[in-house]
Design a protein around this ligand. Structure first.
Ligand SMILES: Cc1ncc(COP(=O)(O)O)c(C=O)c1O
Length: 484
């Protein structure tokens, strides 16, 4: 299967090229030239598969065996998920206090967030392709708190990769920061950026500038494994299939999903899984007060508002980039439309979608914006009712589903728990009766990181571009000299 930019520029590329490039050459996002269709028989045959077996089947729909053999794919999957704490990889926990409601625990990877699920495989995949070509890449990612630790963890020590991880200093938790800065590996460079008026979105702007600088990009072999990389979206479709097959009584029954959302990467994957044939009833967009997606789905407006700091800081996101990727599939692949809308947004900071387009992308989605008091109240309720601790992001998903209960009906609901509560001790500290679940509030890896030295660059946002290009070029130069 070939891949192309959702903005229409450049030529078609192979799966391998799409994964190694990250962004398409015109700044667009790679999309597969068609979406594979999964029928009832296939879904039924997949019902008893483990997470890894299912991932094997789904990835095989998007990449030919001539690019990755069955043995190679199996090896990559084994390497990617053997470090997860639970054999099921992403177990489901049935809530006792809400009927037909399940928490999908996506946080058993090494850095305790759902980012590990896609990142582990993609980083291994990128390294695998590069080893074959005997090439090296500089991977650059921006984070709102969870992508960075996952990228740093999996890139650390990889033979063909350097990782440059940018984070908005002060806008992520100390626990998340330590996950990136306590790694001893010399191929990891974490950069804490001060004074980011728009949080993590500011960092994406600088990354775009680096990408646009063709000479720099090709000299330092820049790429990314953030959710702009098609591979991350492809991997995230797997947890929708897995959750559905675990919960649906029989194949064909409808299931709802509630997803704490910011950049729309996770939901883009859910939307594509449904377009491939998975019987999802509603995909619930659970936003915090930074209601960028809620505005798009309820008012038809893609716009940027000042950032609000919330308890669910990883979804303090203003620009849901992956919405453009999903929209491409809703407008029958009309790349010119996607280009016009995203250019308008880049120029004016706002796009008003026409009614026909709104109807197309709204289909099968519900949305809600949840405030911090509601998030905390939901965490407290579930804690009191069943001694189960949600992290603030999972709580946004559960709270949104409570608010939309009437529209969800009696079909089962899976709420995605995208992070482990131990990453958010300050919010958790505000709950009463927390001593009763003390074990859930801590995690060995988070505690161990407290005793390690931290190593990172610090840089002010106002001169990030110059500082970063200098630091990256210097490091690149040193490596090449020492390799010579
Ligand atoms: C814990 C957590 N939940 C949810 C999200 C939102 O995911 P997405 O940006 O794919 O909507 C993120 C990251 O952005 C996250 O780190």
């Amino acid at each position: 299967m070939d891949y192309k930019s959702n903005k229409g520029g450049g030529l078609k590329v192979s799966f391998e090229q799409a994964i190694l490039d990250g962004y398409a050459i015109d700044g667009g996002l790679y999309v597969p030239e068609y979406l594979p269709e999964i029928n009832h028989e296939q879904l039924t045959a997949w019902k008893t598969l483990s997470y890894k077996q299912l991932a094997f089947q789904i990835i095989s729909l998007f990449v030919e065996r001539s690019i990755i053999s069955a043995d190679e794919l199996q090896g990559l999957l084994d390497r990617s998920y053997d470090t997860f704490e639970k054999e099921e990889v992403i177990p489901l926990y049935p809530l006792k206090s809400r009927s037909h409601t399940y928490i999908m625990e996506l946080f058993y990877g090494p850095t305790l967030s759902f980012k590990d699920v896609g990142m582990s495989f993609i980083v291994n995949l990128v390294n695998f392709f590069l080893e074959k070509k005997e090439e090296r890449l500089s991977i650059i990612v921006a984070t709102t708190g969870d992508t960075g630790p996952a990228a740093a963890h999996f890139i650390a020590g990889k033979s063909q990769l350097d990782g440059w991880i940018l984070y908005p200093k002060g806008l992520i938790t100390a626990e998340q920061e330590r996950q990136m800065t306590t790694l001893p590996h010399t191929n990891i460079h974490s950069v804490g950026v001060t004074n980011c008026p728009e949080g993590g979105d500011d960092l994406d702007v600088v990354i775009n500038q680096l990408y646009a600088h063709q000479k720099f990009k090709s000299k330092l072999k820049l790429s990314s494994v953030n959710s702009l990389n098609w591979g991350r979206i492809m991997m995230q479709t797997v947890h929708y299939f897995y959750g559905y097959l675990q919960i649906a009584s029989s194949v064909g029954d409808l299931v709802n999903f509630s997803v704490p959302s910011g950049g729309f990467g996770n939901l883009c994957a859910g939307g594509l899984a449904r377009k491939m044939g998975l019987p999802i009833k509603n995909l619930l967009i659970a936003n915090n007060q930074n209601a960028c997606l809620h505005r798009i789905f309820s008012e038809g407006v893609f716009s940027k508002q000042p950032i609000i700091e919330t308890f669910s800081s990883a979804i303090d996101i203003l620009v849901p980039i992956n919405f453009w990727r999903y929209l491409y599939f809703c407008v029958a692949g009309d790349t010119q439309k996607i280009k016009n809308w995203s250019d308008t947004f880049d120029k004016t900071g706002r796009v008003d979608f026409d009614i026909i387009t709104q109807k197309k992308y709204q289909e099968g989605f519900l949305s809600k914006s949840v405030g911090d008091p509601q998030t905390l109240m939901t965490m407290q309720q579930i804690l009191d009712d069943e001694r189960y601790l949600l992290d603030p992001h999972a709580a946004v998903a559960v709270a949104a589903s409570d608010l939309l209960k009437d529209q969800l009906g009696n079909d089962p609901l899976i709420c995605l728990a995208t992070a482990h509560p131990a990453k958010f001790p300050q919010t958790i500290g505000q709950l009463s009766h927390i001593n009763e679940v003390l074990k859930q509030t801590k995690h060995a890896s988070i505690e161990q990181a407290k005793t390690k030295c931290q190593r990172s660059y610090t840089c002010d946002h106002s001169h990030l571009y110059e500082a970063l290009t200098n630091a990256m070029e210097t490091d690149w130069g040193l490596r090449h000299t020492s390799n010579d």
